[in-house]
Design a protein around this ligand. Structure first.
Ligand code: BEZ
Ligand code: FE
Length: 291
């Protein structure tokens, strides 16, 4: 018997923690001790009825049943609880001046084509054209040559290509670009739209029950990598989006707002070789040195 004696309501957490005393993995023992302490404290504060506890078990069971190789309902749960962004923040503390990170999200795919600067990644021709450009810089303001930029975004209907296989062309609105000596990147896409995180499962039902919406404001995703620098996984957001103040997964950051300028001036339209008005977005990314 442990020093704490038999399990009681009062000593519950310490009895469970002491039962794990022989754990081989010290980190596992530490993690389980913290989780046990906080979980028991939460249960003592909530005092759930047996029915409420079963409801929680049913919710987690449904979350597991909804998950497969493609759909990860537990990550969505972590997202809407703010835990994904918290883990991201803890693991990506940046030096002053470096671009902030966000979550990868479920819609990145490896193997997008590497394209020349200025290429158009919008293969379905939908939506309003959008020019995106900027520089990849180090924290001392120098351009980074050879940086690899992987971008992906939704189409004008608010879906990624992988959500509409057979409807959108493969690799629609995805591309990989490599900077030259000036550190500049430049491509054309289509103005993205806000869209819901996948909400046809238990996490979507939870949001409804909590009076929350499932929307992410319009954004573009980036992964930026360069030798000698920490990889950056991030988004840029449209500050004029209806959901910019209340995104479902807590990913929006002030420093990641990028103005989406609507260009209607006929000279600029002609100079850009566009048939009509387009959006113009400029955003620089600053990479932190490794370590
Ligand atoms: C996204 O940015 O695509 C995303 C991020 C988290 C959850 C769902 C979607
Ligand atoms: Fe997204």
């Amino acid at each position: 018997m442990s020093e704490q004696g038999y399990f009681t309501e009062g000593n519950s957490a310490e009895v469970v923690i002491s039962r794990n005393a022989e754990a081989k993995d010290a980190r596992l023992a530490e993690v389980m001790a913290v989780i046990t302490r906080h979980l028991h404290a939460a249960v003592k504060e909530i005092e759930p009825s047996q029915d409420e506890w079963m409801q929680a078990i049913r919710f987690l069971t449904a979350t597991g049943h909804k998950s497969d190789d493609w759909r990860q309902e537990f990550i969505l749960l972590s997202d809407v609880l703010g835990v994904s962004m918290l883990v991201d923040a803890i693991n990506n503390r940046k030096p002053s001046g470096a671009s902030e990170s966000t979550v990868l999200g479920p819609f990145h795919v490896d193997g997008a084509p590497e394209l020349p600067m200025g290429a158009n990644i919008c293969l379905d021709g939908k939506g309003e054209p959008m020019q995106v450009q900027g520089r990849i810089l180090s924290t001392d303001g120098q351009p980074i040559a050879g940086a690899v930029i992987d971008v992906w975004q939704t189409n004008d209907d608010g879906f990624y290509d992988v959500q509409q296989k057979g409807i959108q062309p493969d690799f629609n609105l995805r591309g990989v670009f490599r900077t030259g000596a000036d550190g500049r990147y430049h491509f054309w896409g289509a103005k993205p739209r806000f869209y819901p995180i996948p909400d046809d499962g238990p996490v979507g039902q939870l949001l409804v029950a909590l009076g929350r919406h499932p929307y992410w404001p319009a954004h573009l995703h980036y992964i930026v990598k360069a030798d000698g620098f920490a990889p950056l996984v991030t988004h840029i957001f449209d500050p004029d989006d209806d959901y910019i103040q209340s995104d479902a997964v807590f990913g929006v950051k002030e420093s990641l707002m990028a103005k989406f300028h609507h260009v209607t001036d006929t000279d600029r339209i002609a100079a850009a070789g566009q048939p009509g008005p387009f959006y113009d977005v400029t955003h620089d990314f600053v990479l932190a040195p490794v370590g």
